[in-house]
Design a protein around this ligand. Structure first.
Ligand code: ADP
Ligand code: ZN
Length: 728
């Protein structure tokens, strides 16, 4: 690793838009990758040492680095990853550096923490307050709290703790601010694996032990034991003394996963997502850099942590659309995991029951390895599948549960089993219409309808989050009392359930109904414990939860995702319905579970594929269609989105840009548009999109840079580049 002596010229990549600047190495010198604070005009900015500098300024004119931050330097592997991620996603490098330095208080020297522990016998004079303090401490193993924290937990004043310290009953020590994580023990016995699990685990163990890069698609139906299998890959990684990262699509899933890790390895891993405290984030960041945390479970942003020696990345539910970030930085965590894994000489495991078409094609072409778990673990069997043809059911207005489905629910309830009614629509009704003038209430800021949320008594825009009380009068014609909800959301479905199954206990699982990850976790635990007859849920329930008494899944509107011009609609619908249907299991000794799909189009290819269980046939047909059209993953796509408060200005500017797209055509790519973006207005900004389609081998990113580099954006215009857009 390079080291720069005091006074030497160095390049510092700042987290500011200016990016790379030259400075002088400070007193004592500085290492490559070291995080530093530098003067920039009158300000001080953060950055990382990034090579020898450009040499554009006279040495005499350079200013020295102001401060070296006390933290492990960013490794060559991480710096290289950031460089390549910037090139791939066409995101400015400083923006990515900021993502990698997302530890709170990085610039501040680590303060010491004072920690209280038991040191001597109780003092002669014991008050109730003193008892309370000692009780709290003893309940928590006799140590570990800061003085104020301890006083708070005991519900007493800080002076009580001080008094006990003065009496010698307690003592204070200073502890490092960032405590290492407990060691995970890979030698604890794991579960005895079924033969196909054992074979898959063996293959992954060997791959991890080889110490090199490789990507494996681990495919297996829900409940086939994929998690058990990749935990063995984690064990192999721990044995090799390297770090492992497991990405999950949903924070709510991590609670169950943490328990499983603890059961397997005797301790909990580090956690990284929006629900953890600043202190914890800081701790994890430093421990990752020092190699003091061996397993991290996290959301997609964990990919940018400064691991010291990353040996394994698992992307669980790899097809999940939440892995695609489309906000400031556009990136797919699945693709970035492969990019980071390749640079880190790490193994990447993509696990799913319903892989993305991209991964399916990559596995078929041999670019990825593929491991299949064919059966469910143990006695469990895949559910039976059937359609309910809504054209043939008697369904009065305002009802969405067909007689056939209602009958099946009733039968489950009589046996003490659970049913899940799946409807991927949050709120009460997707549309509120005025019966006087026909107006559909829309968001004032977005090209979206306002969705009635009756539990909160508000209309909410799912695009921008704007909400307002449900009005009495129509905002368009002013007539009162004629607004009516149209169509069902989960809340309205819950109303129907209450009316039709008055004896049943029903629970609604929808992300907006839970204030915290903890509340959601508790509800999920209650359901798993059997304390619910009917679960009414959005796609939140599709993801990975195990509900042992759930034997019936009813898909209320199987046609919901089938319409639309989006080429990915079929793939998404298929994944979602397959996942949801997979929630239905078998209660020991009983018949297998049942999934009923309510549809008006029982012959639709997606519905037929779900029923027949011929997933491979479905993927092959989808792949053939995409190949024919030259669409991803056979061709490459990029979206260029321009936004501005004024539609005329943004449209004109987009046409102007399109007129200069010679570099795009020179690269053999096509430019489509400009056209209104999939959501044409968000938060008052009009959005226009151009799509670029290129052959697989084209230097797409280079062509886009050549095209956009010289462009000067007008005031208030925003431009973002989305490589591999999700909808097309
Ligand atoms: P997946 O990740 O494929 O959905 P899981 O790994 O969560 O599947 O396994 C489903 C259920 O079966 C879990 O409750 C898990 O503990 C159990 N299970 C899987 N494999 C085994 C095994 N070899 N021994 C005991 N239980 C297992
Ligand atoms: Zn809105």
């Amino acid at each position: 690793m390079s080291f720069y002596d005091e006074g030497q010229r160095i390049g510092v990549l700042t987290t500011e838009p200016v990016g790379l600047l030259d400075y002088l190495a400070p007193e004592g010198g500085v290492a490559e990758g070291q995080i530093v604070i530098c003067p920039l005009g009158p300000r001080r900015v953060m950055g990382a040492v990034w090579g020898q500098g450009e040499g554009s300024f006279d040495l005499a004119k350079l200013r020295p680095v102001a401060q070296v931050v006390e933290a492990a330097p960013l490794s060559a592997e991480l710096r290289d990853f950031l460089n390549r991620a910037a090139e791939y996603t066409l995101t400015p490098l400083p923006v990515l550096l900021r993502m990698a330095m997302r530890a709170p208080d990085l610039g501040k020297p680590p303060a010491e923490r004072r920690i209280i522990h038991r040191a001597g016998p109780e003092p002669a004079r014991m008050t109730e307050a003193r008892h309370a303090v000692l009780r709290v401490l003893d309940d928590h193993g006799g140590a570990g709290f800061a003085p104020t924290e301890l006083a708070q937990m005991a519900g007493v004043g800080a002076s009580v703790v001080k008094g006990l310290v003065a009496a010698g009953t307690l003592a204070e020590v200073s502890a490092p601010r960032d405590l290492p994580y407990p060691r995970l023990d890979p030698e604890l016995p794991g579960k005895a694996l079924a033969p196909d699990q054992a074979a898959a685990a063996e293959a992954l163990r060997d791959a991890v032990a080889s110490g090199g890069y490789g990507t494996t698609l681990l495919r297996g139906v829900t409940g086939s034991g994929k998690t058990e299998v990749y935990l063995e890959a984690v064990a192999a990684c721990l044995r090799a003394g390297r770090q492992a990262l497991v990405l999950l699509p949903e924070i709510a899933l991590s609670a169950e996963f943490l328990d499983r890790v603890e059961a397997r390895f005797g301790a909990r891993p580090g956690e990284w997502h929006s629900g953890i405290s600043r202190t914890e984030r800081r701790r994890l960041w430093h421990m990752a850099a020092q190699g003091e945390v061996s397993l991290v479970v996290g959301a997609r942003s964990a990919l940018f942590l400064p691991f010291r020696d990353l040996g394994l990345i698992v992307v669980d539910e790899e097809h999940d659309s939440s892995y695609k970030q489309e906000d400031t930085v556009y990136y797919s965590a699945r693709d970035m995991a492969v990019l980071r894994g390749a640079g880190a000489q790490a193994q990447v495991v993509l696990a799913s029951a319903t892989p993305s078409l991209e991964s399916w094609v990559n596995a078929a072409s041999g670019k990825y390895h593929r491991l299949d778990l064919r059966a469910r673990y143990g006695e469990a069997e895949l559910p039976e599948m059937a359609t309910v043809d809504l054209r043939a059911e008697a369904m009065p207005g305002g009802q969405w549960i067909s007689p056939t489905l209602a009958h099946a629910v009733e039968a489950r309830r009589a046996r003490g089993e659970q049913s899940l009614l799946f409807l991927n629509r949050r709120g009460y009704a997707p549309v509120t219409v005025c019966r006087a003038c026909g107006e559909q209430i829309g968001c004032q800021q977005c090209d979206a309808r306002m969705v009635e949320h009756r539990f909160q008594n508000r209309l909410v825009c799912h695009q921008c989050g704007e909400s307002r009380p449900i009005p009495d009068a129509c905002p368009a014609c002013g007539v009162e009392g004629r607004l009516a909800p149209v169509g069902p959301g989960v809340e309205r479905l819950a109303e129907e359930v209450a009316a039709r199954f008055p004896e049943a206990k029903a629970t609604v699982l929808s992300s907006d109904l839970f204030g915290s990850a903890r509340a959601l976790k508790e509800t999920i635990a209650e359901i798993a414990g059997g304390d619910t007859d009917i679960i009414i849920g959005t796609q939140l329930v599709a993801k990975g939860h195990n509900f042992p008494r759930l034997t019936l899944v009813g898909v209320i509107d199987a046609d919901l995702g089938l319409q639309g011009a989006d080429l990915r609609a079929a793939e998404r619908s298929f994944q979602l319905m397959r996942q949801v249907a997979g929630r239905a299991g078998r209660v020991a000794g009983q018949r297998p579970g049942l999934a009923l799909l309510q549809t008006h189009q029982p012959d639709h290819p997606v519905i037929r594929a779900i029923l027949s269980g011929d997933d491979e046939g479905f993927w092959d047909a989808e792949a053939a269609m995409r190949r024919e059209a030259g669409m991803p993953p056979f061709g490459r796509l990029a979206g260029i989105i321009l936004s501005h408060p004024d539609l005329g200005i943004v449209s004109a500017f987009a046409r102007h840009l399109a007129g200069q797209a010679a570099p795009i055509r020179a690269a053999g790519a096509e430019l489509w548009g400009p056209a209104p973006a999939p959501i044409a207005r968000i938060r008052g900004r009009h959005r226009v999109r151009m799509l670029i389609r290129a052959p697989r081998q084209a230097a797409l990113q280079m062509a886009i840079s050549d095209w956009l580099q010289p462009v000067k954006l007008p005031v208030n215009m925003r431009l973002s580049v989305d490589i591999d857009p999700q909808s097309f």
